[in-house]
Ligand binder design. Structure first.
Ligand code: EPS
Length: 376
């Protein structure tokens, strides 16, 4: 089993990820980790914070001379903004009255977190709830992706929609995995221009927007996950991994909600005889039947809500006074859907690597690989 723990506050000293259960012998490509981090920090509509952070992963343990040892791998990312926040964030002692936040933002963790943890300052909640945490998840996810790629399993994705600007096309995995637009990660340049114009319009009005990302997994053999217990269902586990990403409010696989509007004959993927077994002409199930991979490509989509910190503010109540106010408007991104797509890929890679290692075990990458290759 592979498990990930992350820690760190958005404006604290930094972020840490501890990945346990990786086999020994995996060559870690640091350049690829940092390239993913750069994509996560990019995209049209990002805010001023991303001009401060230049994420570069540092590995503190579990890797020697670029190769995993089988011990826990610790990744550290420094928060460059910490020097501007040390006076109110330092664990060793600081002035907590500075940057106190009580104008709770609807849609953010502020209100629910204050209630849950008995806080009078939403800062004690929002620092951890912030999507800054996803940076270190992307670093850990890239290591898991590198493990999966040894088995011939690839994870990719693209931005399908920004607001109501939606791409209705179906793309081959090779197109998605190829060179992708660095602007928003959309496949259609004309739609991407429309999406940028929509982001500009939101920004001009002090507003924000969300979107939809599509994730694909190529090369996963049949039989991962299980129909025998509900906890082991592959679709449930991967959907939970995607729902754990900040701002994701919906997940579907295959036809998803669309399947409910069609007849069975228009939904299920018929089987036809083929050399060495059978084949399908469609993949509406998104590669999962009965909670198990069926050997087809996995297809997931995740919906990201608009970021809850709006420059224009939203109506709310000041938690300190009980008076109506406009919600706190910290610095904010207008749109972070490309970042969300990168994080969703990482979240899928982490959960999938865990699913694979639970089934096959293996202390070394070679052992894992030979067990995977032995599967039908
Ligand atoms: C975030 C608010 C913004 C984002 C942040 C998530 O940070 P700040 O309040 O410092 O401007 O930029 O995301 C990141 C720092 C990041 O690296 O993605 C929030 O409130 O969730």
């Amino acid at each position: 089993m592979i498990t990930l723990t992350t820690a760190g506050e958005s404006h604290g000293k930094g972020l840490v990820a501890v990945l346990e259960g990786l086999p020994a012998g995996l060559t870690v490509d640091m350049g690829a980790i940092n390239a993913r981090l750069a994509v996560r920090a990019s995209g049209y509509g990002r805010g001023a914070r991303q001009t401060i952070e230049r994420d570069e992963a540092e590995i503190l343990s579990g890797v020697r001379n670029r190769v995993t040892l089988g011990s826990p791998v610790t990744v550290f990312l420094c928060n460059r903004d910490y020097e501007n926040w040390e006076a109110c964030m330092a664990p060793e002692g600081c002035d907590v009255s500075v940057r106190k936040l009580t104008g709770v933002r609807p849609g953010h963790a502020d209100y629910a977190g204050m209630k849950k943890f008995g806080q009078s300052d939403a800062r004690n909640v929002l620092e951890r709830a912030s999507a800054r945490e996803t940076a270190v998840r992307v670093a850990a996810g890239e290591i898991c992706r590198q493990l999966l790629s040894v088995l011939g399993v690839s994870v990719s994705g693209y931005v399908r929609a920004v607001g109501a600007v939606e791409d209705g096309m179906e793309y081959d995995f090779s197109a998605i995995a190829g060179e992708r637009s660095a602007v928003l990660g959309m496949m259609d340049p004309a739609l991407e221009r429309k999406a940028c114009a929509f982001i500009d319009a939101c920004a001009a009005e002090g507003d924000t927007c969300g979107g939809i990302v599509e994730l694909r997994v190529l090369g996963l053999k049949a039989g991962f996950g299980s129909c025998m217990t509900y906890r082991e269902k592959l679709d449930a586990r991967l959907a939970a991994a995607l729902m754990s990403v900040q701002a994701v409010k919906g997940v579907e696989t295959g036809l998803g909600f669309g399947a409910a509007r069609r007849r069975g004959s228009e939904v299920h993927d018929e089987l036809f005889p083929a050399e060495g077994g059978c084949m399908r002409r469609t993949n509406r199930a998104g590669g999962i039947e009965g909670g198990m991979s069926n050997g087809e490509e996995l297809v997931f989509r995740a919906a990201m809500k608009p970021i809850p910190t709006l420059k224009r503010g939203l109506n709310t109540v000041d938690a300190a006074t009980g008076k109506p106010v406009r919600a706190a408007a910290e610095r904010s991104d207008v749109c972070a859907v490309l970042a969300c797509e990168t994080v969703c890929e990482a979240a899928l890679a982490i959960e999938l690597a865990s699913v694979v290692s639970e089934r096959l075990g293996g202390d070394t990458v070679e052992e894992l690989k030979s067990r995977y290759e032995a599967l039908a």
